[in-house]
Design a protein around this ligand. Structure first.
Ligand SMILES: Nc1ncnc2c1ncn2[C@@H]1O[C@H](COP(=O)(O)OP(=O)(O)OP(=O)(O)O)[C@@H](O)[C@H]1O
Ligand SMILES: [Mg+2]
Length: 333
C-alpha cells in the first residue's frame, strides 16, 4: 500500500467560528502580561529540597531505598508510557516517582536536577539517582484517552488493532465531557503550548496520555515534553501548532479505531463532540497565536516518532490517521 495522502495538506476552512473581539483583547492581555496565568501556575511548584524534607520525615534518610520500596507496590502506580512507569508517593502529595524502564536498577543517592521551569509545572524532573529513578512535580488530572495508551495501543496500531466497544465508549465519554469545557480551558491549554514554543520545548503530541485532564477545574495539563526538541527545532521555526492540540485531544491516531468499534449512537456522539473540540481548539490556537501550519504535526509523526506515514512504511498508522482526517476534513483548518 502506497500512502501519499498527507504530503499535501489542504483543508477547507469551513465551520470556522469568528473570534470574538472582546475575548481576543482579554486573552492577549493575559498572554502578554509578565506572569502567565495558565494552569501550570495554579499547581504546586514543588522544589527538590521540599520533597527531600517531606519524604525523609515519613520514610527515613535513604531516599533511593524508600522510593524503590514505594514503586514495588503496584497499588501506587498512576500510569505508564513507553519510557517510564509513574507512581504516587503516599503522604508526599506534590511529587511523583518515575521508573525509567530502559535504565538499570541503582542504589545511588538521589541528587537534585536543575528545574527547567521553576515557575511552571510540566511534570519536569527535580531529582534523579542517575539511573532508573526520578522525582517529578505532580500534575493534576487524569491521562486523556485510554489508560496506558503507549503500552496497549502504540505497537498495536501497527497491526491494525481492534478496540473493544467498552473501551471505545470510555473515550466517547471523555471526548463529550471535554467538548463541553469552556473556550477558556482551551485558551489556557493553547497558552501552555505557546509558552513552551517560546522556550523551544516541543510538546509530545503522539501519546494522548501526555495531556492530564483535570475534570474538576476543567483544565488541560501537559506532561512529558519531547526530550530532543533541538533536533526538531532545526526543521521548523515554530515547533508546536494548533493541530498538535487537535490531534492529541481527539486521539487522532486511534480515533478511527474507536469509531469503527462504536454503534451508530456512540459514533454520532463522538463525531459531534469532536467537532466541538476541533472548533474550540482552533479558536484557542488563534487567540494564543499558535501556528496553524499542520505540517508541523505531520513532521512530528514522521520525523520524531518515525511513523513514516508519508512514505507508506506504516500502512496501518497511515490508514488510521487518514480515517481521522477524512472524517473531519470539513472542520479542520
Ligand atoms: N507529573 C505527573 N503527575 C501525575 N501523573 C503523572 C505525572 N507524570 C506522569 N504521570 C502519569 O504516568 C503516565 C506515564 O508518564 P509519562 O507520560 O511521563 O511516561 P512516558 O513513558 O515518558 O510516556 P510516553 O509513552 O508518552 O513517552 C502518564 O500518562 C500519567 O498518567
Ligand atoms: Mg507520556
Amino acid at each position: 500500500m502506497n500512502v501519499t495522502f498527507c504530503q499535501n495538506f489542504s483543508f477547507r476552512a469551513a465551520d470556522r467560528n469568528n473570534i470574538n473581539n472582546i475575548a481576543l483583547t482579554k486573552y492577549n492581555k493575559v498572554l502578554y502580561s509578565d506572569t502567565l496565568s495558565f494552569s501550570g501556575n495554579s499547581m504546586k511548584l514543588g522544589q527538590f529540597e521540599t520533597f527531600v524534607q517531606k519524604f525523609q520525615n515519613i520514610y527515613g534518610p535513604d531516599i533511593t531505598k524508600g522510593l524503590h520500596n514505594i514503586v514495588s507496590d503496584i497499588g501506587n502506580k498512576i500510569g505508564e508510557g513507553a519510557e517510564k512507569v509513574v507512581y504516587a508517593i503516599p503522604g508526599v502529595d506534590d511529587f511523583v516517582a518515575g521508573i525509567l524502564k530502559k535504565q538499570s536498577f541503582s542504589d545511588a543517592p538521589m541528587a537534585k536536577v536543575q528545574d527547567k521551569f521553576p515557575n511552571h509545572n510540566f511534570s519536569q524532573t527535580l531529582g534523579s539517582n542517575g539511573s532508573d529513578l526520578i522525582i517529578m512535580k505532580k500534575v493534576n488530572g487524569e491521562s486523556h484517552s485510554l489508560p496506558d495508551w503507549a503500552k496497549n495501543y502504540r505497537a498495536a496500531i501497527y497491526d491494525g488493532v481492534n478496540v473493544p466497544i467498552d473501551k471505545a465508549i470510555l473515550f466517547v465519554n471523555q471526548a463529550v465531557t471535554i467538548s463541553d469545557f469552556p473556550l477558556d480551558s482551551y485558551v489556557d491549554f493553547a497558552q501552555q503550548v505557546k509558552y513552551l514554543t517560546s522556550v523551544k520545548e516541543k510538546v509530545d503530541i503522539f501519546n494522548p496520555n501526555n495531556v492530564l485532564i483535570d475534570y474538576g477545574e476543567k483544565k488541560f495539563n501537559l506532561i512529558d515534553l519531547m526530550p530532543n526538541s533541538s533536533k526538531f527545532y532545526q526543521i521548523k521555526p515554530e515547533i508546536n501548532c494548533t493541530r498538535d492540540m487537535v490531534n492529541v485531544l481527539s486521539d487522532a491516531l486511534m480515533h478511527k479505531r474507536y469509531m469503527d468499534a462504536l454503534n451508530k449512537d456512540g459514533a454520532s456522539k463522538l463525531f459531534e463532540g469532536t467537532k466541538k473540540i476541533i472548533s474550540k481548539t482552533q479558536q484557542a490556537g488563534d487567540i494564543a497565536g499558535l501556528s496553524d501550519d499542520s505540517s508541523i504535526t505531520f513532521q512530528t509523526y514522521d520525523t520524531l516518532q518515525k511513523l513514516l506515514i508519508a512514505k507508506g512504511r506504516n500502512p496501518k498508522y497511515a490508514e488510521s490517521y487518514k480515517g481521522f482526517l477524512d472524517l473531519y476534513r470539513d472542520f479542520l483548518k
